[in-house]
Design a protein around this ligand. Sequence first.
Ligand code: NAD
Ligand code: UFG
Length: 339
Amino acid sequence: MKTILVTGGTGYIGSHTVVELLNLNYEVVIIDNLSNSKEMVLDRIEKITGKRPKFYKGDIRSREDLNKIFKENKIDCVINFAGLKAVGESVRMPLEYYENNIYGAVVLLEEMKKNGVFNFIFSSSATVYGDPASVPVDETFPTGGTTNPYGTTKLFIERILQDLAVAEPEFNICILRYFNPIGAHPSGLMGEDPNGIPNNLAPYITQVMVGKREKLNIFGDDYDTPDGTCIRDYIHVCDLAYGHVCAIKKLEEKPGVVVYNLGTGKGSSVFDILHAFEKAYGKPIPYSVAPRRAGDVTANYTKVDKAAKEIGFTAKYNIEDMARDAWNWQKNNPNGYEE
Ligand code: NAD
Ligand code: UFG
């Protein structure tokens, strides 16, 4: 496969994946409606790789936008990052989430089919496991029990993809269930740039470090874990980006539909992450303990065996690398991609 259409390619995970693809000499075409990203990302991608991906400002819900791309480019594979992803917002605006994420994915798949493109990689999430009965989770664990509409969009799209694979054997589909992507490109030129107050742990911490927020609020220290805070499987965004290359290679084997968890296999608590950032910072980071956040599960981390064995994916960065790179990005770009 040579030419990859990356939807949502100017977003956080998409942009890092585009860099990885360009470095490996894939041709990249991006479609993004810039609802949660900036066009300036393209300059940064070019600075890092020396190449500028072809960019279409457009929407995956627009058949016209998609057809233009499929007519003008010979696409071999689509990676679908485009979607809304804020858990709290999805509770307030469920219809927007179902429309953008699910309808968007359906339109994209229909237009792929019409245009004879049958390789698809989908950004799913560990959230489809709900509150897992035990950890580590593997890909055979039951899905369901999502606690918010965002998570439910991932669950439903996975189900649609399974049904599609049965009905249309020409499709080859790889569902990637990401655990917690954090970190940034080591160059300090690309990273996570959330709008408003960050919902997620790592960008909140880096905004405290850069002086934009007063202190971290730790949502609960009375969970049944060694230090009382929740445990997650944080994965460096560059490792995650590489996971998509592994998925593309797998699709070349025409496997039908396959599912992989992408994580490191290591669980880290909120305090472990805070300490990793303190190490990068060289001084303490202010925090206080706040009440639990609704919908948080105690622990979620993955088994890595299936991805290692079947697609050769192993994460190489640890949480200290993630903290160092996230801090490097934030300190060089205190206002993200703003000029
Ligand atoms: P992001 O918001 O940075 O990137 C998504 C991109 O999609 C944005 O650039 C946005 O402008 C674009 N977009 C949204 N709707 C669109 C539409 N209808 N048409 C065209 N473009 C559209 O998010 P991210 O963190 O890079 O996540 C990428 C994907 O991975 C998402 O599907 C997300 O749900 C999934 N995911 C993310 C995480 C995480 O923690 N970041 C975890 C699991 C899964
Ligand atoms: N946390 C804090 N303070 C904060 C932010 C987070 O203590 O300001 C804690 C949370 O309570 C949780 C941990 O840090 O224990 C991680 O929280 P994140 O919001 O960073 O990540 P989540 O695991 O809640 O959610 C992430 C993605 C979702 C995805 C989910 C899958 O944001 O999109 O992983 O498990 F669905």
